[in-house]
Every structure is written in structure tokens, then in C-alpha cells.
Design a protein around this ligand. Structure first.
Ligand SMILES: Cc1ncc(COP(=O)(O)O)c(C=O)c1O
Length: 341
């Protein structure tokens, strides 16, 4: 594609783990169900299946980890350290990507070890990663200590930030946006909205940089599941900063600011990872209309947001909405008791 020829995108170190391009499918049954319920035509609905990127049950992190692991290997790392929640999809995929890259993997997880591991944590253990538990407030200190201890033991650790959200990982979603633009023949035109889950922000950064690079003109709406407003730089400002660095990394002469990022804060619910009726309903509706699974923590919440926006008339029959499915399925098993089935 011309856009990558005009930048250094094709020269950025990358390992290939992902099964790409991911499919785009119509969600006509969901559209019908929402049209019938509201008595008004619902938007045309599509889903981009990044839950099927491959690598230990797939998800958005596969794309980022192709770049993060390549960078780790290039820098001579012997192991990686990353962090997340007990049911982190990022950690599960980092553990698998580390195996592919020939590196050991240390995971710093927030919480207490459960009596019986399940979902992503079970997979982390099966992938042979070393799990270190901590309280949220001690996470940064534990990661630093671990890094120092590993260096003292003769290892060369490479730190992957929470969610893989920095200028290295975000390149994965610049390329994903190019992939989408190449696929858009199936629409005949661009989707008016891309709706997806934003958490640590790297996916949205890559999409926004990629959209500018490739000329996507619709709205990129990140449904936030994790961030509150804590008085520091806004989430949008933080993403703009990573976007500038991402553009720089791929040799793309562009700058970004907070206004380039649409973050919908309406679906933070009662907090990160706490399942409410909204997620339960979205999970059940998608399963029963489309035979498709969204997850309790991330994609169930952004799908609940999308459904709510249709019900409220914020998305109408004039819109074409692409739900970018970022994965998370393995957490369904760990959240079994919260699903109301
Ligand atoms: C399934 C799923 N969707 C979306 C996200 C959010 O992506 P990002 O952290 O890049 O904002 C995550 C992050 O862990 C995830 O696991």
C-alpha cells in the first residue's frame, strides 16, 4: 500500500504471530433484533474479528506483541516482564508470544492467587510464565525490583508496559488500520463509526495514527472500560503523546492532539472488571443472535455501549458501524458465576 511506502512502516522490526487479515462479518441478526426492539432501523452492523488473530486464543494484543517481541529480541533480551489484572488477556498473549520469541516471561498480576486458577490465569500457568502477585499500589515497585533482581541474576529483561500500550506496540494497530482500509471493498464505502474497547489506549492510538495515514474519515469511538479521571493529563492527552511517538517510530510526519481521540466514558459502570446487567445482556444477546462471544471485562462492555447508543438513537439507520472485536473470550470461564447462566 502506498502509505507504507511513504513511511518506514515496513522497516519496523516485526515478528509474525498473527493470522491476518482478520475477517469482517455482518451482524444482520443483531441489527434485526435491535430494529425490532426500537421500532426504528438500526445501523448496518459489522464486526472485525480481532478475537481471531490467533496466538493462544487471539485478541488485540497479538498485533502489538508482534512488534514488542521483535523489539525485545533486537535489544538482546532474555526475558520479558509485563503486568495486568489476574484475568489479563494481554498477559496471556504476552506469555504465548514470549514462547514464540524464545524468551522467558514474568507476569506481575494484581490480586491474590486464587485457590484454583481458571480462564486467562490457567492459560498463563500452562504457558509456563512466572507469576508474581502484588497489590495495585505496589505494582510499579515490584516491576522495578523484579527487573533489578533479574539483571543481578544475569538476565536481560525487557519491560512491556501494561497492555503493551507504547509507541512500539501501537504500530500493530497502525498496520491493522491499513488492513481494514484494504478490506473496505466489502462495504463499498467506509464505516461511519468504528466502535471498540479502549483500556490502556494503545489500540486506539494505533487506529488513530493509521486512520490519518490511510485517509479513514469516520469516527473512531473508544468505549473506555478502565480509566477514571484522576487529575493528571487526560487519557486523550496521554494517547496523543504516544501517537506522536508512534508516528515518529514509523517515520510519519504527523502530530496529534487530544481532540483526535474520541473516548466514550459513559460505560465505565461500577468499575473495571465488575460485571453488571449491561455486560450480561450484551454477552447473551450476541451469543443468541450471532453465535458470537464477547467477554465480561472488555468487549462485553463496549458491545453493551454500542447497543445502548443504538437504543438511544445516537447511532441510527443512516450509520454503518464496525465493531472492532478485540477478544477476551477466555475470561468468560473465570467469570462463570457472574454471567447469570
Ligand atoms: C479483550 C481486550 N479488548 C480491549 C483491550 C484494550 O486495549 P488497549 O489496552 O490497547 O486499550 C484489552 C486490553 O487488555 C483487551 O484485553
Amino acid at each position: 500500500m502506498k502509505t507504507s511506502e511513504a513511511t518506514k512502516l515496513n522497516d519496523v522490526p516485526r515478528m509474525k504471530f498473527a493470522d491476518l487479515p482478520t475477517a469482517i462479518e455482518r451482524m444482520d441478526k443483531l441489527r434485526e433484533a435491535l430494529s425490532e426492539e426500537t421500532g426504528k432501523p438500526a445501523p448496518e452492523l459489522w464486526v472485525k474479528r480481532d478475537d481471531q488473530t490467533g496466538l493462544a486464543f487471539g485478541g488485540n494484543k497479538t498485533r502489538k506483541l508482534e512488534y514488542l517481541m521483535a523489539d525485545a529480541v533486537e535489544k538482546g533480551a532474555s526475558c520479558v516482564i509485563t503486568a495486568g489484572a489476574a484475568q489479563s488477556n494481554h498477559c496471556r498473549q504476552a506469555a504465548a508470544a514470549a514462547i514464540k520469541a524464545g524468551l522467558k516471561c514474568h507476569l506481575v498480576l494484581v490480586g491474590q492467587p486464587p485457590e484454583k486458577s481458571n480462564g486467562n490465569l490457567l492459560l498463563d500457568e500452562m504457558l509456563g510464565s512466572r507469576v508474581h502477585w502484588c497489590a495495585r499500589e505496589n505494582r510499579a515497585a515490584l516491576m522495578e525490583k523484579l527487573e533489578n533482581d533479574l539483571r543481578d541474576a544475569g538476565e536481560e529483561p525487557y519491560l512491556i508496559p501494561v497492555g503493551g500500550s507504547n509507541e512500539v506496540g501501537s504500530v500493530g494497530y497502525v498496520v491493522a488500520m491499513q488492513e481494514l482500509m484494504d478490506q473496505l471493498g466489502v462495504f463499498g464505502e467506509q464505516p461511519s463509526h468504528i466502535v471498540f474497547t479502549t483500556g490502556s489506549g494503545g489500540t486506539q492510538v494505533g487506529m488513530v495514527v493509521g486512520a490519518k495515514l490511510c485517509g479513514y474519515e469516520g469516527k473512531i469511538v473508544g468505549v473506555n472500560v478502565a480509566r477514571g479521571i484522576d487529575g493528571g493529563p487526560s487519557f486523550e492527552e496521554q494517547m496523543a503523546e504516544i501517537a506522536d511517538k508512534t508516528a515518529d517510530r514509523i517515520g510519519y510526519d504527523a502530530t496529534f492532539n487530544a481532540e483526535d481521540f474520541i473516548v466514550n466514558q459513559n460505560y465505565l459502570g461500577v468499575g473495571y472488571g465488575i460485571v453488571t446487567d449491561a455486560e450480561r445482556e450484551a454477552i447473551a444477546l450476541l451469543a443468541k443472535t450471532e453465535g458470537l462471544f464477547v467477554c465480561p471485562v472488555y468487549t462485553g462492555r463496549s458491545m453493551a455501549g454500542l447497543i445502548d447508543m443504538v437504543r438511544k438513537g445516537e447511532l441510527t439507520g443512516d450509520d454503518k458501524v464496525l465493531f472492532w472485536h478485540t477478544g477476551g473470550g477466555p475470561a468468560l470461564f473465570a467469570y462463570r458465576d457472574d454471567l447469570g447462566v
